[in-house]
Design a protein around this ligand. Structure first.
Ligand code: PLP
Length: 465
């Protein structure tokens, strides 16, 4: 076998990558022209690439590396568990201590009444579990027709058939036969892009009331659940107006519709609490978890389920599960991650240091002429780019062009910000220090300056009409 290592020249690694590796959410032929960036190692909040650049990772990988890179506690937990028991399943009347301990710890951390955990390997898998679980719940209660699920446009719940269907990404639905039947989408509470002249509060209420209209249209007796991220992440960090979630909660209570809170990004400290549901005042029946559960060090997800649903599901054989449900190594890593979050008081750090410093830095960046506002909740944020700051205008050119230009200029300034359309996304490791946030600000400012200059020179600062 030939040895492919970081010692090879970047161009050779890129050529091999292009020849054999199909990247997710990527036009691989275009990537081949450009060459993928090769990341070789990481420590704290910094990535290193094959050219030796030290890149500040303001995306925490993919919203997940909450405790930062290189934490020895997580590495040790994986090593120990690999030696002791690298794998065993939890299907056939067997269990093991990592799954036991992690489920018990999650029940302790979760809001009251959520005491049961069904493990999966990812957020997508967990949301597929949720879809089958809520339908099975109502069927077992004698209401098999109560099976429809309502979600939101531009939501992200994963990429499998079930989770991708519940998600509201139209470009995903355009391929491969999604959404599957029985899934419905209402508008998102995106005041910045869609609120027009309404106040955020009035707009939030209007969007929440779309849920009531949809429930009445389908018949409450046919609606199993509403699924939503407390704060939409991949859709562009859409922080709902304060009126939104209380109204959603009222409607779900009124029509006996279960709430699935997708906490895959919001969970484990990102919004300043253990769960985004706490931050937003939501009382969910099921919470989806993944990403920050293990800080991305090992692939694991799951559903934290309320007593009421667990009582019904536990009384029957639920014909569902994954080979890696409760995988011992992943569970041990997740436990070590939860221990770091607690022992290092990471949530206190977020509330008292990191979130206020990030807010300061982002408010300064929001003054930039090419930035049209700020969406912020704890340690997740987006800066929408605009050609016309005064009225939140969109660009006349193709959506995402300016965002892509800015992302490339972030990389050139040794910074990772992702773009969703023309929004720049920020979701750094939660352990980021105030000094590192200063560095983030300097690099982000430079990238925005470079982007603005390029847009001006290219005569691209025209607003859509
Ligand atoms: C990333 C994400 C998922 C999907 O998780 P995977 O582990 O990629 O399957 C689901 N929901 C939300 C909110 C996410 O951000």
């Amino acid at each position: 076998m030939s040895i492919i290592s970081n010692n090879l020249p970047t161009a050779e690694l890129q050529a091999l990558d292009a020849a054999h590796h199909m990247h997710p959410f990527t036009t691989n032929d275009e990537l081949k022209e450009r060459g993928a960036r090769v990341i070789t190692q990481a420590k704290g909040v910094y990535l290193q690439d094959s050219e030796g650049n030290q890149i500040l990772d303001a995306m925490a990988g993919l919203w997940c590396v909450n405790v930062g890179y290189g934490r020895q506690e997580l590495i040790d937990a994986a090593t120990r568990q690999m030696q002791e028991l690298p794998f065993y399943n939890t299907f056939f009347n067997t269990t093991h201590t990592p799954a036991i301990a992690l489920a018990a710890e999650l029940a302790k951390l979760a809001p009251e009444g959520l005491n049961h955990v069904f493990f999966a390997g990812s957020g997508s898998e967990a949301n597929d579990t949720n879809l089958r679980m809520v339908r099975t719940y109502w069927a077992e209660k004698g209401q098999p027709q109560k099976s429809h699920v309502i979600s939101r446009k531009n939501a992200y719940h994963g990429s499998s058939m079930g989770s991708g269907s519940m998600g509201g990404m139209s470009y995903m639905h355009a391929q491969g036969g999604m959404p599957i039947p029985g899934i419905h989408h209402i508008g998102q509470p995106d005041w910045w892009a869609e609120g027009g002249d309404h106040t955020p509060e009035a707009f939030g209420l209007t969007r929440a009331q779309e849920l009531e209209a949809k429930i009445l249209e389908l018949g409450a007796e046919n609606v199993a659940a509403f699924i939503a991220e407390p704060v939409q992440g991949a859709g562009g960090v859409i922080v709902p107006p304060s009126t939104y979630w209380p109204e959603i909660q009222r409607i779900c209570d009124k029509y006996d519709v279960l709430i699935i809170a997708d906490e895959v990004i919001c969970g484990f400290g990102r919004t300043g609490n253990w769960f985004g549901s706490t931050t937003m005042g939501i009382k969910p029946h099921i919470m989806t978890i993944a990403k920050g559960l293990s800080s991305g060090y090992a692939p694991i997800g799951g559903s934290i389920v309320c007593d009421e649903i667990a009582e019904v599901i536990n009384a029957v054989e639920f014909n569902h599960g994954y080979t890696y449900s409760g995988h011992p190594v992943c569970a041990a890593v997740a436990l070590a991650n939860l221990r770091v979050l607690q022992d290092d008081n990471v949530l206190d750090h977020v509330r008292n240091v990191a979130a206020p410093a990030l807010k300061d830095a982002l408010e300064k960046l929001a003054d930039h002429p090419v930035v049209g506002g700020l969406n912020l909740c704890g340690m997740m944020a987006s800066l929408p780019l605009t050609p016309q700051k005064e009225n939140r205008a969109k660009f006349a050119m193709d959506q995402g062009t300016a965002g892509f230009m800015c992302r490339e200029r972030c990389f050139a300034n040794n910074l990772v910000m992702r773009h969703v359309g023309d929004r720049m996304i920020i979701s750094p490791p939660l352990v980021i220090t105030a000094e590192e946030i200063d560095i983030f600000h300097t690099r982000a400012k430079a990238a925005l300056d470079d982007t603005y200059k390029a847009l001006k020179e290219g005569d691209m600062l025209k607003a859509a009409t």
